[in-house]
Design a binder for this molecule. Structure first.
Ligand code: BES
Ligand code: ZN
Length: 491
Protein backbone atom coordinates (compact mmCIF):
# COMPACT_ATOMS: atom_id res chain seq x y z
CA UNK A 1 0.00 0.00 0.00
CA UNK A 2 1.36 3.41 -0.99
CA UNK A 3 0.86 6.11 1.62
CA UNK A 4 1.34 9.84 1.19
CA UNK A 5 0.08 12.90 3.02
CA UNK A 6 -0.90 16.47 2.19
CA UNK A 7 -1.71 19.37 4.49
CA UNK A 8 -3.90 21.45 2.17
CA UNK A 9 -7.08 19.46 1.69
CA UNK A 10 -8.06 21.36 -1.45
CA UNK A 11 -4.88 20.04 -3.11
CA UNK A 12 -5.60 16.38 -2.38
CA UNK A 13 -5.47 13.75 -5.15
CA UNK A 14 -8.54 12.52 -6.96
CA UNK A 15 -9.57 9.21 -5.43
CA UNK A 16 -12.34 6.59 -5.42
CA UNK A 17 -13.34 7.27 -1.83
CA UNK A 18 -12.96 9.78 0.98
CA UNK A 19 -13.10 8.72 4.63
CA UNK A 20 -14.17 11.34 7.19
CA UNK A 21 -13.90 10.56 10.92
CA UNK A 22 -16.36 11.92 13.55
CA UNK A 23 -16.71 11.83 17.31
CA UNK A 24 -20.09 10.66 18.59
CA UNK A 25 -20.30 13.56 21.07
CA UNK A 26 -19.21 16.23 18.57
CA UNK A 27 -21.35 15.28 15.61
CA UNK A 28 -22.11 16.99 13.13
CA UNK A 29 -18.64 18.49 13.50
CA UNK A 30 -16.00 16.16 12.06
CA UNK A 31 -12.82 15.11 13.84
CA UNK A 32 -10.95 16.95 11.11
CA UNK A 33 -11.60 19.96 8.88
CA UNK A 34 -13.50 19.56 5.61
CA UNK A 35 -14.44 22.76 3.79
CA UNK A 36 -15.54 21.53 0.37
CA UNK A 37 -17.77 18.62 1.36
CA UNK A 38 -19.66 19.97 4.33
CA UNK A 39 -22.94 20.13 2.47
CA UNK A 40 -22.82 16.51 1.22
CA UNK A 41 -22.51 15.03 4.65
CA UNK A 42 -25.04 17.23 6.43
CA UNK A 43 -28.14 15.28 5.42
CA UNK A 44 -27.43 11.77 6.64
CA UNK A 45 -26.35 13.24 9.96
CA UNK A 46 -29.42 15.46 10.28
CA UNK A 47 -31.66 12.51 9.46
CA UNK A 48 -29.98 10.55 12.24
CA UNK A 49 -28.71 7.80 9.92
CA UNK A 50 -25.17 8.21 11.20
CA UNK A 51 -24.38 8.56 14.91
CA UNK A 52 -20.59 8.14 14.84
CA UNK A 53 -20.58 5.17 17.22
CA UNK A 54 -17.19 3.47 17.51
CA UNK A 55 -16.42 1.78 14.21
CA UNK A 56 -19.76 2.78 12.59
CA UNK A 57 -19.58 3.51 8.87
CA UNK A 58 -22.01 5.07 6.41
CA UNK A 59 -21.43 5.18 2.69
CA UNK A 60 -22.79 8.19 0.76
CA UNK A 61 -22.38 9.26 -2.83
CA UNK A 62 -21.48 12.73 -4.13
CA UNK A 63 -20.83 14.34 -7.46
CA UNK A 64 -18.30 16.77 -8.82
CA UNK A 65 -15.88 16.38 -5.94
CA UNK A 66 -12.41 14.85 -5.89
CA UNK A 67 -14.09 11.60 -4.82
CA UNK A 68 -17.52 10.25 -5.73
CA UNK A 69 -17.90 8.24 -2.56
CA UNK A 70 -17.61 9.24 1.08
CA UNK A 71 -17.52 6.99 4.12
CA UNK A 72 -18.52 8.68 7.36
CA UNK A 73 -16.56 6.94 10.10
CA UNK A 74 -17.49 6.92 13.78
CA UNK A 75 -14.77 7.07 16.41
CA UNK A 76 -17.17 6.88 19.38
CA UNK A 77 -17.12 9.20 22.39
CA UNK A 78 -14.01 11.35 22.43
CA UNK A 79 -13.23 10.74 26.11
CA UNK A 80 -13.37 6.96 25.69
CA UNK A 81 -11.02 6.97 22.72
CA UNK A 82 -7.77 5.02 23.05
CA UNK A 83 -5.10 3.85 20.65
CA UNK A 84 -6.66 0.46 20.07
CA UNK A 85 -10.22 1.72 19.54
CA UNK A 86 -8.84 4.22 17.02
CA UNK A 87 -7.03 1.43 15.14
CA UNK A 88 -10.12 -0.75 15.13
CA UNK A 89 -12.37 2.11 13.94
CA UNK A 90 -10.10 2.94 11.01
CA UNK A 91 -9.88 -0.76 10.24
CA UNK A 92 -13.66 -0.93 9.85
CA UNK A 93 -13.56 1.87 7.23
CA UNK A 94 -10.75 0.10 5.36
CA UNK A 95 -12.71 -3.16 5.34
CA UNK A 96 -15.67 -1.28 3.80
CA UNK A 97 -13.32 0.12 1.17
CA UNK A 98 -12.09 -3.41 0.42
CA UNK A 99 -15.68 -4.57 -0.11
CA UNK A 100 -16.27 -1.67 -2.52
CA UNK A 101 -13.05 -2.77 -4.25
CA UNK A 102 -11.80 0.77 -4.48
CA UNK A 103 -8.07 1.13 -5.03
CA UNK A 104 -7.35 4.75 -4.16
CA UNK A 105 -8.63 6.43 -1.04
CA UNK A 106 -8.26 9.73 0.75
CA UNK A 107 -8.56 9.90 4.51
CA UNK A 108 -9.12 13.09 6.47
CA UNK A 109 -6.65 13.01 9.33
CA UNK A 110 -8.45 13.06 12.72
CA UNK A 111 -6.45 16.06 13.90
CA UNK A 112 -8.71 16.74 16.82
CA UNK A 113 -7.84 13.47 18.57
CA UNK A 114 -5.57 14.24 21.46
CA UNK A 115 -3.30 11.24 21.47
CA UNK A 116 0.40 10.46 21.74
CA UNK A 117 1.71 8.93 18.45
CA UNK A 118 -1.55 9.79 16.67
CA UNK A 119 -0.16 9.47 13.13
CA UNK A 120 1.43 6.08 13.83
CA UNK A 121 -1.78 4.72 15.33
CA UNK A 122 -3.98 5.95 12.48
CA UNK A 123 -1.57 4.48 9.94
CA UNK A 124 -1.58 1.14 11.75
CA UNK A 125 -5.39 1.16 11.74
CA UNK A 126 -5.34 1.68 7.99
CA UNK A 127 -2.52 -0.66 7.15
CA UNK A 128 -2.96 -3.67 9.47
CA UNK A 129 -6.38 -4.73 8.06
CA UNK A 130 -5.23 -4.34 4.46
CA UNK A 131 -4.37 -8.01 4.22
CA UNK A 132 -6.12 -10.83 2.38
CA UNK A 133 -5.38 -14.49 2.11
CA UNK A 134 -7.10 -15.66 -1.04
CA UNK A 135 -4.43 -17.04 -3.33
CA UNK A 136 -5.75 -20.55 -2.74
CA UNK A 137 -9.13 -19.61 -4.22
CA UNK A 138 -9.99 -19.90 -7.90
CA UNK A 139 -9.58 -16.57 -9.68
CA UNK A 140 -13.28 -16.44 -10.52
CA UNK A 141 -14.27 -16.74 -6.86
CA UNK A 142 -11.55 -14.41 -5.67
CA UNK A 143 -13.18 -11.75 -7.75
CA UNK A 144 -16.43 -11.93 -5.79
CA UNK A 145 -14.66 -11.19 -2.55
CA UNK A 146 -12.88 -7.98 -1.67
CA UNK A 147 -9.70 -6.37 -2.90
CA UNK A 148 -6.82 -4.58 -1.27
CA UNK A 149 -6.60 -0.81 -1.09
CA UNK A 150 -3.55 0.23 -3.08
CA UNK A 151 -3.08 3.92 -2.40
CA UNK A 152 -3.91 6.13 0.55
CA UNK A 153 -3.50 9.86 0.89
CA UNK A 154 -3.78 11.32 4.38
CA UNK A 155 -5.38 14.72 4.04
CA UNK A 156 -5.12 17.74 6.34
CA UNK A 157 -1.78 16.95 7.96
CA UNK A 158 1.73 16.46 6.73
CA UNK A 159 2.97 13.22 8.24
CA UNK A 160 6.65 12.65 8.97
CA UNK A 161 8.05 10.32 6.27
CA UNK A 162 9.95 8.37 8.93
CA UNK A 163 6.70 7.45 10.66
CA UNK A 164 5.19 6.25 7.38
CA UNK A 165 8.30 4.19 6.60
CA UNK A 166 8.38 2.60 10.01
CA UNK A 167 4.73 1.57 9.95
CA UNK A 168 5.30 0.25 6.44
CA UNK A 169 8.18 -2.00 7.56
CA UNK A 170 6.43 -3.28 10.67
CA UNK A 171 3.12 -4.02 8.97
CA UNK A 172 4.94 -5.69 6.07
CA UNK A 173 6.52 -7.91 8.73
CA UNK A 174 3.14 -8.63 10.35
CA UNK A 175 1.67 -9.56 6.96
CA UNK A 176 4.63 -11.82 6.23
CA UNK A 177 4.02 -13.54 9.58
CA UNK A 178 0.33 -13.98 8.75
CA UNK A 179 1.27 -15.51 5.37
CA UNK A 180 3.68 -17.96 7.01
CA UNK A 181 0.95 -19.06 9.42
CA UNK A 182 -1.98 -19.09 6.97
CA UNK A 183 -0.13 -20.99 4.25
CA UNK A 184 -0.24 -24.78 3.98
CA UNK A 185 1.91 -26.71 6.41
CA UNK A 186 3.30 -28.62 3.43
CA UNK A 187 4.56 -25.26 2.17
CA UNK A 188 5.84 -23.71 5.39
CA UNK A 189 8.08 -26.59 6.41
CA UNK A 190 11.10 -26.54 8.74
CA UNK A 191 13.24 -26.17 5.62
CA UNK A 192 11.20 -23.18 4.46
CA UNK A 193 11.42 -21.44 7.86
CA UNK A 194 15.18 -21.85 7.67
CA UNK A 195 15.21 -20.41 4.15
CA UNK A 196 13.19 -17.38 5.23
CA UNK A 197 15.67 -16.88 8.08
CA UNK A 198 18.65 -17.24 5.74
CA UNK A 199 17.24 -14.77 3.22
CA UNK A 200 17.05 -12.15 5.95
CA UNK A 201 20.83 -11.97 6.03
CA UNK A 202 20.60 -9.63 3.05
CA UNK A 203 18.67 -7.05 5.06
CA UNK A 204 21.55 -5.85 7.22
CA UNK A 205 25.32 -6.25 7.50
CA UNK A 206 24.76 -6.79 11.24
CA UNK A 207 22.61 -9.87 10.71
CA UNK A 208 24.32 -13.28 10.49
CA UNK A 209 22.20 -16.38 10.00
CA UNK A 210 23.31 -19.96 10.63
CA UNK A 211 21.03 -22.89 9.96
CA UNK A 212 21.80 -26.19 11.68
CA UNK A 213 20.73 -29.27 9.73
CA UNK A 214 19.84 -32.64 11.25
CA UNK A 215 23.44 -33.80 11.48
CA UNK A 216 24.50 -30.61 13.23
CA UNK A 217 21.49 -30.86 15.53
CA UNK A 218 22.64 -34.39 16.41
CA UNK A 219 26.15 -33.06 17.11
CA UNK A 220 24.68 -30.38 19.38
CA UNK A 221 22.80 -33.13 21.27
CA UNK A 222 19.43 -31.45 20.93
CA UNK A 223 17.84 -34.80 21.60
CA UNK A 224 14.38 -33.47 22.48
CA UNK A 225 14.07 -31.67 19.13
CA UNK A 226 15.26 -34.88 17.47
CA UNK A 227 12.76 -37.08 19.31
CA UNK A 228 9.81 -34.85 18.35
CA UNK A 229 11.08 -35.01 14.78
CA UNK A 230 11.23 -38.81 14.60
CA UNK A 231 7.74 -39.34 13.19
CA UNK A 232 8.27 -36.93 10.30
CA UNK A 233 9.86 -37.56 6.91
CA UNK A 234 11.06 -33.95 6.95
CA UNK A 235 14.28 -33.25 8.82
CA UNK A 236 14.34 -30.66 11.59
CA UNK A 237 16.10 -27.30 11.28
CA UNK A 238 17.49 -25.00 13.93
CA UNK A 239 17.99 -21.43 12.76
CA UNK A 240 20.20 -18.97 14.59
CA UNK A 241 19.82 -15.32 13.60
CA UNK A 242 22.40 -13.06 15.24
CA UNK A 243 21.64 -9.37 14.89
CA UNK A 244 24.53 -7.60 16.63
CA UNK A 245 24.70 -3.92 15.67
CA UNK A 246 26.30 -2.70 18.93
CA UNK A 247 29.32 -3.48 21.10
CA UNK A 248 27.10 -3.44 24.17
CA UNK A 249 27.04 -6.67 26.12
CA UNK A 250 23.28 -6.52 26.43
CA UNK A 251 21.83 -9.38 24.40
CA UNK A 252 18.22 -10.49 24.13
CA UNK A 253 17.55 -14.01 22.92
CA UNK A 254 14.18 -14.60 21.28
CA UNK A 255 12.97 -18.16 20.80
CA UNK A 256 9.97 -19.05 18.63
CA UNK A 257 8.16 -22.39 18.62
CA UNK A 258 8.42 -23.78 15.10
CA UNK A 259 6.16 -26.83 15.02
CA UNK A 260 5.15 -26.58 11.38
CA UNK A 261 2.35 -29.09 11.92
CA UNK A 262 1.14 -30.62 15.16
CA UNK A 263 -0.71 -33.92 14.80
CA UNK A 264 -0.08 -34.60 18.48
CA UNK A 265 2.14 -37.53 17.47
CA UNK A 266 1.13 -40.94 18.87
CA UNK A 267 -0.98 -39.04 21.44
CA UNK A 268 -3.01 -38.10 18.39
CA UNK A 269 -5.19 -34.97 18.36
CA UNK A 270 -8.86 -34.84 17.50
CA UNK A 271 -9.67 -33.65 13.99
CA UNK A 272 -11.78 -30.50 14.22
CA UNK A 273 -12.79 -27.70 16.57
CA UNK A 274 -10.84 -25.37 18.87
CA UNK A 275 -7.39 -26.83 19.23
CA UNK A 276 -8.29 -29.56 16.72
CA UNK A 277 -5.72 -30.79 14.27
CA UNK A 278 -7.17 -28.75 11.42
CA UNK A 279 -5.81 -25.55 13.04
CA UNK A 280 -2.35 -26.92 13.71
CA UNK A 281 -0.55 -25.48 10.71
CA UNK A 282 -0.53 -22.45 13.04
CA UNK A 283 1.74 -24.14 15.55
CA UNK A 284 4.78 -22.33 14.17
CA UNK A 285 3.31 -18.89 14.84
CA UNK A 286 5.88 -18.21 17.58
CA UNK A 287 8.66 -18.87 15.07
CA UNK A 288 6.93 -16.68 12.49
CA UNK A 289 6.53 -13.82 14.98
CA UNK A 290 10.24 -13.99 15.85
CA UNK A 291 11.12 -13.88 12.14
CA UNK A 292 8.87 -10.83 11.85
CA UNK A 293 10.76 -9.13 14.68
CA UNK A 294 14.17 -9.88 13.12
CA UNK A 295 12.99 -8.56 9.74
CA UNK A 296 11.86 -5.32 11.39
CA UNK A 297 15.01 -4.87 13.48
CA UNK A 298 17.23 -5.31 10.44
CA UNK A 299 15.15 -3.11 8.10
CA UNK A 300 14.81 -0.34 10.69
CA UNK A 301 18.44 -0.54 11.77
CA UNK A 302 17.52 -0.76 15.42
CA UNK A 303 20.47 -0.45 17.73
CA UNK A 304 19.94 -3.47 20.01
CA UNK A 305 21.63 -6.86 20.06
CA UNK A 306 19.13 -9.63 19.48
CA UNK A 307 19.69 -13.33 18.77
CA UNK A 308 16.77 -15.38 17.50
CA UNK A 309 16.58 -19.16 17.79
CA UNK A 310 14.06 -21.14 15.78
CA UNK A 311 13.78 -24.85 16.49
CA UNK A 312 11.57 -26.28 13.76
CA UNK A 313 10.02 -29.66 13.04
CA UNK A 314 6.71 -31.29 12.33
CA UNK A 315 5.14 -33.29 15.13
CA UNK A 316 3.99 -36.04 12.78
CA UNK A 317 2.83 -39.59 13.39
CA UNK A 318 4.53 -42.67 12.00
CA UNK A 319 6.22 -45.94 12.79
CA UNK A 320 9.32 -44.11 13.99
CA UNK A 321 7.43 -41.69 16.25
CA UNK A 322 8.67 -41.02 19.75
CA UNK A 323 6.57 -42.79 22.32
CA UNK A 324 4.50 -41.87 25.35
CA UNK A 325 6.10 -43.44 28.41
CA UNK A 326 9.65 -43.45 27.04
CA UNK A 327 12.46 -41.31 28.41
CA UNK A 328 14.51 -39.02 26.16
CA UNK A 329 17.55 -36.92 26.98
CA UNK A 330 17.88 -33.21 26.29
CA UNK A 331 20.51 -30.67 25.22
CA UNK A 332 20.88 -29.70 28.88
CA UNK A 333 21.56 -33.30 29.88
CA UNK A 334 18.34 -33.60 31.87
CA UNK A 335 16.22 -36.61 31.01
CA UNK A 336 12.52 -36.24 30.24
CA UNK A 337 9.79 -38.81 30.58
CA UNK A 338 7.41 -38.07 27.72
CA UNK A 339 3.93 -38.71 29.08
CA UNK A 340 2.18 -37.15 26.11
CA UNK A 341 3.69 -36.60 22.66
CA UNK A 342 1.26 -33.73 22.07
CA UNK A 343 3.17 -31.67 24.65
CA UNK A 344 5.99 -31.36 22.12
CA UNK A 345 6.37 -27.57 22.04
CA UNK A 346 7.92 -27.47 25.50
CA UNK A 347 10.40 -30.15 24.42
CA UNK A 348 11.83 -28.30 21.43
CA UNK A 349 11.78 -25.03 23.41
CA UNK A 350 13.66 -26.68 26.28
CA UNK A 351 16.51 -27.58 23.92
CA UNK A 352 16.52 -24.08 22.43
CA UNK A 353 16.47 -22.41 25.85
CA UNK A 354 19.39 -24.45 27.11
CA UNK A 355 21.26 -23.77 23.84
CA UNK A 356 20.63 -20.03 24.38
CA UNK A 357 22.57 -20.09 27.65
CA UNK A 358 25.88 -20.20 25.74
CA UNK A 359 25.30 -16.68 24.38
CA UNK A 360 25.28 -15.37 28.00
CA UNK A 361 22.14 -13.38 27.23
CA UNK A 362 20.77 -10.61 29.45
CA UNK A 363 17.33 -12.11 28.95
CA UNK A 364 15.52 -14.88 27.08
CA UNK A 365 12.00 -14.46 25.73
CA UNK A 366 10.21 -17.40 24.19
CA UNK A 367 6.97 -17.14 22.29
CA UNK A 368 4.92 -20.22 21.56
CA UNK A 369 1.44 -21.52 20.80
CA UNK A 370 2.12 -23.79 23.73
CA UNK A 371 -1.19 -24.77 25.29
CA UNK A 372 -4.89 -24.98 24.58
CA UNK A 373 -5.40 -24.31 28.30
CA UNK A 374 -4.32 -20.68 27.89
CA UNK A 375 -7.42 -20.15 25.72
CA UNK A 376 -9.57 -21.56 28.53
CA UNK A 377 -7.93 -19.16 31.00
CA UNK A 378 -7.74 -15.96 28.96
CA UNK A 379 -9.78 -16.41 25.79
CA UNK A 380 -8.31 -16.00 22.34
CA UNK A 381 -7.52 -12.28 22.51
CA UNK A 382 -5.13 -12.29 25.47
CA UNK A 383 -1.75 -14.02 25.65
CA UNK A 384 -0.38 -15.51 28.86
CA UNK A 385 2.85 -14.04 30.18
CA UNK A 386 5.04 -16.03 32.55
CA UNK A 387 8.29 -14.60 33.85
CA UNK A 388 10.92 -14.79 36.58
CA UNK A 389 11.80 -11.10 36.14
CA UNK A 390 9.62 -8.15 37.23
CA UNK A 391 11.43 -5.68 34.97
CA UNK A 392 10.68 -7.72 31.84
CA UNK A 393 7.05 -8.01 32.90
CA UNK A 394 6.72 -4.24 33.35
CA UNK A 395 8.35 -3.48 30.01
CA UNK A 396 6.26 -6.07 28.17
CA UNK A 397 3.08 -4.68 29.76
CA UNK A 398 4.00 -1.17 28.61
CA UNK A 399 4.68 -2.40 25.09
CA UNK A 400 1.39 -4.27 25.13
CA UNK A 401 -0.57 -1.20 26.27
CA UNK A 402 0.87 0.81 23.42
CA UNK A 403 0.60 -1.68 20.58
CA UNK A 404 -2.76 -3.22 21.53
CA UNK A 405 -1.51 -6.83 21.60
CA UNK A 406 -3.01 -7.90 24.90
CA UNK A 407 -1.34 -10.02 27.56
CA UNK A 408 -1.89 -10.98 31.18
CA UNK A 409 0.65 -12.10 33.72
CA UNK A 410 0.14 -15.65 34.96
CA UNK A 411 1.71 -17.16 38.08
CA UNK A 412 4.77 -19.39 38.16
CA UNK A 413 4.24 -20.70 41.68
CA UNK A 414 6.63 -23.50 42.54
CA UNK A 415 3.80 -25.43 44.23
CA UNK A 416 2.88 -27.00 40.89
CA UNK A 417 6.42 -28.19 40.16
CA UNK A 418 5.66 -31.43 41.96
CA UNK A 419 3.22 -32.27 39.17
CA UNK A 420 6.23 -32.76 36.89
CA UNK A 421 8.08 -35.20 39.13
CA UNK A 422 8.95 -38.42 37.36
CA UNK A 423 9.73 -41.75 38.99
CA UNK A 424 12.11 -42.82 36.27
CA UNK A 425 13.54 -39.60 34.76
CA UNK A 426 14.58 -36.10 35.91
CA UNK A 427 11.25 -34.58 34.88
CA UNK A 428 7.99 -35.41 33.05
CA UNK A 429 6.67 -33.32 30.16
CA UNK A 430 3.06 -33.22 31.43
CA UNK A 431 1.25 -33.66 34.70
CA UNK A 432 -1.34 -35.95 33.17
CA UNK A 433 -4.16 -33.59 34.19
CA UNK A 434 -5.79 -30.55 32.65
CA UNK A 435 -5.63 -28.42 35.81
CA UNK A 436 -3.43 -25.35 35.48
CA UNK A 437 -1.73 -26.89 32.51
CA UNK A 438 -0.48 -23.61 30.98
CA UNK A 439 1.30 -22.95 34.26
CA UNK A 440 2.67 -26.48 34.36
CA UNK A 441 4.00 -26.03 30.80
CA UNK A 442 5.72 -22.77 31.80
CA UNK A 443 7.21 -24.45 34.90
CA UNK A 444 8.61 -27.17 32.64
CA UNK A 445 10.36 -24.52 30.51
CA UNK A 446 11.70 -22.77 33.59
CA UNK A 447 13.65 -25.92 34.47
CA UNK A 448 15.94 -25.12 31.52
CA UNK A 449 16.58 -21.37 31.94
CA UNK A 450 19.50 -21.71 34.33
CA UNK A 451 18.65 -18.65 36.41
CA UNK A 452 18.70 -16.26 33.44
CA UNK A 453 16.02 -13.54 33.24
CA UNK A 454 13.30 -15.09 31.16
CA UNK A 455 9.75 -14.62 29.96
CA UNK A 456 7.44 -16.99 28.16
CA UNK A 457 4.49 -15.83 26.05
CA UNK A 458 1.82 -18.46 25.50
CA UNK A 459 0.05 -17.42 22.28
CA UNK A 460 -2.10 -20.56 21.93
CA UNK A 461 -5.15 -18.28 21.61
CA UNK A 462 -3.85 -15.00 20.19
CA UNK A 463 -1.90 -16.36 17.22
CA UNK A 464 -4.77 -17.92 15.30
CA UNK A 465 -8.36 -16.79 15.78
CA UNK A 466 -11.51 -18.82 15.32
CA UNK A 467 -12.90 -16.01 13.13
CA UNK A 468 -11.59 -12.70 11.73
CA UNK A 469 -11.91 -9.72 14.10
CA UNK A 470 -11.03 -5.99 14.01
CA UNK A 471 -7.87 -5.46 12.01
CA UNK A 472 -7.28 -9.21 11.93
CA UNK A 473 -8.86 -9.94 8.58
CA UNK A 474 -7.83 -13.61 8.48
CA UNK A 475 -7.34 -16.25 11.16
CA UNK A 476 -3.58 -15.79 11.49
CA UNK A 477 -3.08 -12.58 13.48
CA UNK A 478 0.68 -12.02 13.44
CA UNK A 479 0.50 -11.56 17.22
CA UNK A 480 3.83 -10.92 18.91
CA UNK A 481 5.77 -9.15 16.19
CA UNK A 482 4.68 -5.64 17.16
CA UNK A 483 4.74 -6.48 20.87
CA UNK A 484 8.29 -7.83 20.88
CA UNK A 485 9.61 -5.11 18.61
CA UNK A 486 8.18 -2.42 20.91
CA UNK A 487 9.63 -4.33 23.86
CA UNK A 488 13.12 -4.44 22.37
CA UNK A 489 13.01 -0.76 21.49
CA UNK A 490 12.20 0.02 25.13
CA UNK A 491 15.24 -1.82 26.52
N1 BES B 1 -0.11 -26.78 19.76
C1 BES B 1 -0.68 -27.21 20.96
C2 BES B 1 -1.26 -26.07 21.78
C3 BES B 1 -2.49 -25.41 21.22
C4 BES B 1 -3.73 -26.00 21.39
C5 BES B 1 -2.41 -24.19 20.59
C6 BES B 1 -4.85 -25.36 20.92
C7 BES B 1 -3.53 -23.57 20.10
C8 BES B 1 -4.76 -24.15 20.27
C9 BES B 1 0.33 -27.92 21.84
O1 BES B 1 1.37 -28.54 21.20
C10 BES B 1 -0.47 -28.97 22.54
O2 BES B 1 -0.92 -29.83 21.88
N2 BES B 1 -0.62 -28.84 23.85
C11 BES B 1 -1.41 -29.73 24.61
C12 BES B 1 -0.65 -30.06 25.86
C13 BES B 1 -1.26 -31.17 26.66
C14 BES B 1 -1.06 -32.47 25.95
C15 BES B 1 -0.61 -31.20 28.02
C16 BES B 1 -2.72 -29.03 24.95
O3 BES B 1 -2.70 -27.83 25.22
O4 BES B 1 -3.75 -29.68 24.89
ZN1 ZN C 1 0.97 -30.59 20.64
Amino acid sequence: MKISSIRDQLKRNNADLLIIPFFENKIPEAASEMDDIERDIKWPIELGDFKAKEGETLLIYTQGKKENRIILLGLGIEKKLNAESLRVSFASAIKEAQKLKVKKINILFPKKCKMHNLAKIVLEGIYLPNYLFNHLKKDSLKDLDRSLVEEVQIVGEEIDKKIIEKVDVVVTAVHMVRDLVNNNADEETPQRLAEVAKEMEQLSPFLKVTVLNKEQIINEKMDLLLSVNRGSFREPTFSILQYMPTKSEDITVLIGKGITYDTGGLSLKIGEGRGGMNTMKSDMSGAAAVLGVMYSLAKLNINKNVIALIPATENAIGSRSYKPGDVYSSHSGKTVEVMNTDAEGRLILADAISYAVKFKPSRIIDIASLTGAIVVSLGEEIAGLFSNDKQIVETLKKASDECGELLWEMPLFKEYKKLLKSDIADIKNTSGGREGSSIVAALFLQEFVNGISWAHLDIGGTSYYSKPKGYYTTLATGYGTRLLLDFIEKL
